[in-house]
Design a protein around this ligand. Structure first.
Ligand code: DON
Length: 349
């Protein structure tokens, strides 16, 4: 057995001396352990390091998002054995926005299998903006079929249309209940954000209609776009998001409530699409710096998943041009580096 340099991480999940090799993590079931001060220090120091970073600006194409306090800044990390670490503001809630797409995709994969999503939507990065219409045309005309993914708006609206339920109400309850199971508490909708986006989302309505025209959405495209808009308006704080990410990190069992939310064998499919498309046209840059599957939302949240280790989330509403929170990207990158959580980082041997 080799001695790992990942002292911080090994002691965090297992409460044992840092003697496990990287390969052992996959088979390792962490025991309950005390809080690891090294993780708390990483969060505290990272919080301080980026406290005054004011780059970027709130999304304003959804009018209600322009009014959100741009200074909200909270970090949360939840380990696969249910330890919760936080720094900064973990009380303030923002709308989940595109991070919701991950969990609706997870739901459809649970209900209909990973092949279904692959065949009907695709699992390839578009390399284009999240609400690109050209990407739909390109997929259809140049690539000849479902060559997008559930994390860009066209694929996400179609994915929402595939959730089983019968009535709008049944579908909605099922989606909100599913998100709540991931978060470990009953979540609710920010009605102001929902109304604001519903009044101004003509572009998404057009995308829904186009996806219907091409047969990706089978019926009621207006309803699919409306439910999609509602799912984006669910309110979350940093701890909710970190717990949702940690549930994926823990193979589909919420490590705080211990409820199994997802079949473990379906989790890698969700993480794969997050890795290739979670930060849209900047997904490559993100992966280059962190190696972790992640997802951003224009509400200012970003989640990242260190499989078998932890879920992390940062909320900070100021965004860059790609629609990703500037400070959340910087803070997560910093913490991932400090904790040696990039799975591509292997100790020199
Ligand atoms: O559909 C939209 O435009 C928003 N409800 C969500 C977009 C979003 O969060 C993109 N993420 N970075």
């Amino acid at each position: 057995m080799r001695t790992s340099h990942r002292t911080v991480w090994v002691s965090a999940v297992a409460g044992v001396a840092a003697v496990a090799s990287v390969a052992e993590f996959s088979a390792f079931v962490p025991a309950q352990s005390a809080q690891d001060p090294a993780i708390q220090t990483a969060l505290n120091e990272t919080f301080t390091k980026f406290k005054d970073l004011k780059e970027g600006k709130n999304a304003d194409y959804i009018p209600a998002l322009a009014k959100v306090d741009p200074n909200i800044y909270g970090i949360a990390l939840v380990t696969v054995d249910g330890k919760v670490y936080t720094a900064g503001d973990i009380k303030s809630e923002v709308s989940i926005q595109s991070i919701s797409k991950v969990f609706t995709m997870a739901k459809v994969i649970e209900e209909q299998g990973p092949e279904f999503i692959e065949k009907t939507i695709g699992v390839d990065a578009t390399g284009m903006r999240f609400n690109s219409i050209v990407s739909v045309e390109f997929s259809q005309k140049a690539l000849g079929g479902p060559e997008m993914n559930s994390l860009v708006n066209p694929g996400a609206i179609a994915t929402t249309s595939m959730v089983k339920g019968g009535t709008r109400d049944a579908v909605w309850k099922s989606i909100l209940g599913y998100y709540s199971d991931f978060a470990g508490r009953p979540l609710s909708v920010n009605q102001e954000v929902f109304k604001s986006e519903a009044e101004t989302n003509q572009r998404n309505q057009a995308i829904g209609a186009l996806m219907y025209a091409y047969g990706y959405i089978k019926s009621k495209p207006e309803q699919a776009t409306d439910i999609y808009t509602e799912q984006c308006s669910v309110n979350v704080n940093a701890k909710d998001l970190a717990t949702m990410a940690a549930t994926l990190a823990a193979g589909g069992r919420n490590p705080v409530t211990n409820k199994r939310v997802m079949n473990a064998k379906n989790v890698p499919y969700v993480l794969a699409v997050m890795a290739t498309a979670g930060l849209y046209d900047d997904s490559g840059k993100w992966l280059y710096h962190t190696g972790l599957p992640a997802k951003s939302g224009v509400g200012g949240g970003i989640i990242a998943v260190a499989p078998g280790k932890f879920g992390i989330a940062v909320i900070s509403p100021r965004l860059d041009d790609a629609g990703n929170s500037v400070r959340a990207q910087r803070a997560i990158q910093e913490i991932v580096a400090r904790l040696h959580a990039n799975p591509y980082e292997v100790a020199a041997r």
